[in-house]
Design a binder for this molecule. Structure first.
Ligand code: 8YV
Length: 337
């Protein structure tokens, strides 16, 4: 056992399940923020200047400018699968290990994609607003007529684990599934998902539901903008559970307002937590606050995975020195060692 003076200091940038953090407290002195807030690079640098490790949210930025002020930092553990907040090249150059939480949130996130598809096509949130506003005066044959979900074509852009989990759910709805991805999947996976590979324009033209599950990278920024929305069917729905930046929000607002597509279900936005006021004014959108992975069980599994990654990266526990979910294998495990 090392003396308390040698215990590493760790920063947890946002509140996290306290019983799960207790595992981290066995090895480290843990500073936990008790409020959810968005951190600037300057604030990150300030918080990390005396820390060996950190558990971060997927919007907390780490780049060379932050790392320059964090000489003791050895590991950062995202509690999420996306990692566009992390500059991996800068982390590797600084010898800082980065980890994420792949796999544990796939099914929960896929469930939510379907929740948005169903809610958007069948106008669930709009209907509830109508009822709560006291507008329901009696049975009407013609109110809130929506689009069908069953039997229509499901199109998935980005066919990783989450895209595949969404596709597998289409069987019961008797929906043909088409997808586009950087690379085509193996035959066996295509068969398992019941999905057919198409080029990107065909996907945009043929999908009745276009679901985005691509990671946010320089290549996927605004992958759906004015030109892409123009290719979509007028009665199609766009569902985004990926990252705000993959859709050009201004172009989407225009397309929705002009009825160029039927509606959208959006869990992510370009400038979270800000949502464009024009979007809030539209009835044909279902808007949720980045909760696709938010089941209690899955959020706990994500927290546990991040904690286990950090404990291992700092050299403790059963995987000491070998965190299970390393993003930058080219980083050395300890600065100067
Ligand atoms: C967030 C996500 O981690 O995993 C991701 O990439 O975007 C989400 O699961 C979650 O919203 C907690 O911030």
């Amino acid at each position: 056992m090392s003396s308390p003076h040698h215990r590493p200091r760790v920063w947890v940038s946002r509140p996290l399940f306290d019983d799960i953090l207790d595992r981290l407290r066995e090895h480290a002195d843990v500073d936990v923020e008790d409020d959810d807030r968005d951190w600037t690079r300057e604030q990150m640098a300030q918080r990390l200047r005396d820390k060996a490790g950190a558990i971060l949210g997927v919007a907390d930025p780490v780049d060379a400018s932050v790392l320059a002020h964090a000489p003791l930092l050895r590991a950062v553990a995202n509690r999420g699968v996306g990692y566009n907040n992390l500059d991996l090249a800068a982390l590797s150059a600084a010898g800082v290990v980065a980890t994420n939480t792949p796999g544990v949130l796939d099914e929960t996130t896929a469930d939510f994609a379907w929740a948005l598809m169903l809610a958007t096509a069948r106008r669930v949130t709009e209907a509830e607003r109508y009822l709560r506003a006291g507008q329901w005066k009696g049975m009407s044959f013609h109110i809130l007529l929506g689009g069908d979900v069953h039997g229509r074509t499901l199109g998935i852009l980005g066919m990783g684990r989450i895209g595949q989990a969404i596709a597998r759910r289409a069987v019961g709805f008797r929906m043909p599934v088409i997808y586009h991805n950087r690379s085509r999947l193996d035959d066996a996976i295509e068969r398992d998902c019941g999905a057919r590979y198409v080029d990107r324009d065909t996907l945009l033209r043929e999908a009745d539901f276009l679901v985005l599950t691509v990671p946010m990278t320089a290549q996927t920024r605004h992958i759906v903008g004015t030109a892409e929305l123009a290719l979509m069917k007028r009665d199609a729905f766009l569902i985004n559970i990926a990252r705000g930046g993959v859709v050009d929000d201004a172009a989407l607002v225009a397309a929705l307002a002009q009825g160029r597509i039927a509606g959208a279900g959006l869990d992510v936005f370009e400038r979270e937590p800000a949502v464009p006021p024009e979007m809030l004014a539209l009835d044909n959108v279902v808007l949720t606050p980045h909760i696709a992975s938010a089941s209690l069980a899955t959020r706990r599994a994500m927290a546990a995975m991040a904690v286990d990654n950090l404990i291992a990266a700092l050299g403790y526990g059963p995987n000491a020195g070998h965190p299970p979910n390393v993003l930058n294998a080219d980083s050395s495990l300890a600065r100067g060692g």
